[in-house]
Design a protein around this ligand. Structure first.
Ligand SMILES: *[C@@H]1O[C@H](CO)[C@@H](O)[C@H](O)[C@H]1NC(C)=O
Ligand SMILES: *[C@@H]1O[C@H](CO)[C@@H](O)[C@H](O)[C@H]1NC(C)=O
Ligand SMILES: *[C@@H]1O[C@H](CO)[C@@H](O)[C@H](O)[C@H]1NC(C)=O
Ligand SMILES: *[C@@H]1O[C@H](CO)[C@@H](O)[C@H](O)[C@H]1NC(C)=O
Ligand SMILES: *[C@@H]1O[C@H](CO)[C@@H](O)[C@H](O)[C@H]1NC(C)=O
Ligand SMILES: *[C@@H]1O[C@H](CO)[C@@H](O)[C@H](O)[C@H]1NC(C)=O
Ligand SMILES: *[C@@H]1O[C@H](CO)[C@@H](O)[C@H](O)[C@H]1NC(C)=O
Ligand SMILES: *[C@@H]1O[C@H](CO)[C@@H](O)[C@H](O)[C@H]1NC(C)=O
Length: 282
């Protein structure tokens, strides 16, 4: 049972969102000694975070685009191999040097974080374009729910809000040494600090989320297997939590329905990984 919980949490399933174009995602590790993809089910750390499409009835339906960030871990270092898109049964490499993508998007536009700035990818036309004129090396990217503004997390762990169509960035001073970032529906910004603890950025500064284990072995914002709405989802080690903008938290327990959905997704996702692996080896 414990193992199943871990898997559920590691696979970050979003069952429902209003936007059926919402992007699913999957990051994974490969080991440098073998050109293989590690089992996505074992992904429980932020390093190996992953997620799958968020439409429970149309899992992997032909029009859904799934983005995959491929990287190889060498010691503590990640070597990024680019972003792939899976759609209509095909996997395609879309951005060499890509490292992150926004998972909520509107009008079929997904924002991709690159080592030299931001790109925008249209999942319908499959066209890729440079977005704005920033040149930061990006490891995390989010789009606001209410606006077209973005948040980026750069390789040196600084968070910026990106406005005016990617031409201007504002440093979020409250977020110190962020490892990962997340937004809820209300566009509250959360980040994980160097201490593996999550914080919420409020008008009076960053607040540490209370009620979580002090020294987790890992910490990550994964895509939640439930609708999160006005709250966010956080993995402390292997235990999932719901975290709230008022800086409180509570452990999350999965129900049977969620477990079933999860298993369905795993089967579908495994096929995609196989496919990507075969293609990447070519
Ligand atoms: C999920 O996908 C199905 C089939 O593709 C579609 O009919 C349904 O409206 C979608 N639901 C949501 C919430 O997007
Ligand atoms: C996780 O990995 C371990 C060892 O690599 C393996 O034995 C186990 O079956 C995996 N768990 C799942 C759920 O695949
Ligand atoms: C993350 O991936 C690396 C490389 O495959 C692996 O060694 C590590 O155990 C993984 N972490 C977790 C928590 O699964
Ligand atoms: C995750 O990555 C960090 C640094 O990149 C490393 O210190 C940590 O050990 C990694 N954790 C796992 C579980 O691989
Ligand atoms: C996929 O999306 C395109 C463009 O929105 C639409 O024309 C087409 O009918 C969709 N196909 C399916 C199977 O839903
Ligand atoms: C990006 O473009 C804006 C508006 O044209 C300009 O003000 C800004 O200086 C440019 N920034 C960079 C980094 O080139
Ligand atoms: C935020 O996004 C969700 C799902 O995409 C949507 O249902 C909700 O109405 C959005 N909230 C606002 C304020 O736009
Ligand atoms: C924080 O917000 C949650 C969710 O809205 C609520 O259930 C809880 O009572 C709040 N806690 C405090 C201390 O305000």
């Amino acid at each position: 049972m414990r193992v199943l919980l871990v898997c559920l949490a590691g696979l970050l399933v979003c069952l429902k969102t209003a936007d059926s174009h919402s992007l699913p995602q999957k990051d994974y590790d490969t080991d440098s000694s073998k050109p293989d993809i590690t089992n996505p089910l074992n992904d429980t750390s932020g390093n190996n975070s992953s997620s799958v499409p968020d439409n429970s009835s149309g899992i992997f339906d032909s029009n859904t685009t799934i983005f995959i960030v491929r990287y190889v871990t060498r010691g503590d270092k990640k070597e990024y191999k680019g972003i792939y898109a899976h759609k209509n049964g095909k996997v395609k490499k879309i951005l060499v040097g890509g490292r992150a993508f926004s998972d909520w998007f509107s009008k079929s536009r997904a924002y991709l974080g690159h080592k030299d700035g931001i790109y925008v990818y249209d999942t319908e036309t499959e066209k890729l374009e440079k977005y704005g004129n920033l040149s930061d090396s990006i490891i995390g990217i989010l789009k606001e729910n209410r606006t077209d503004d973005l948040y980026i997390l750069t390789e040196d762990h600084v968070v910026y809000k990106v406005i005016e169509e990617g031409t201007k960035k504002i440093k979020i001073n409250e977020a110190e040494h962020a490892e990962q970032i997340a937004l809820d529906w209300d566009d509250n910004l959360y980040y994980i600090g160097a201490n593996n603890q999550p914080y919420v950025v409020t008008s009076d500064g960053a607040k540490k989320i209370e009620g979580l284990p002090a020294n987790p072995t890992s910490a990550s914002f994964s895509r939640a297997p439930i609708t999160t709405e006005h709250r966010s989802w956080f993995m402390s080690g292997k235990q999932p939590y719901i975290i709230y903008p008022n800086a409180t938290s509570e452990p999350y327990v999965f129900n049977d329905q969620e477990k079933l959905e999860y298993e369905k997704r795993i089967r579908a996702l495994q096929l995609i990984f196989l496919q990507l692996r075969n293609q990447a080896e070519e």
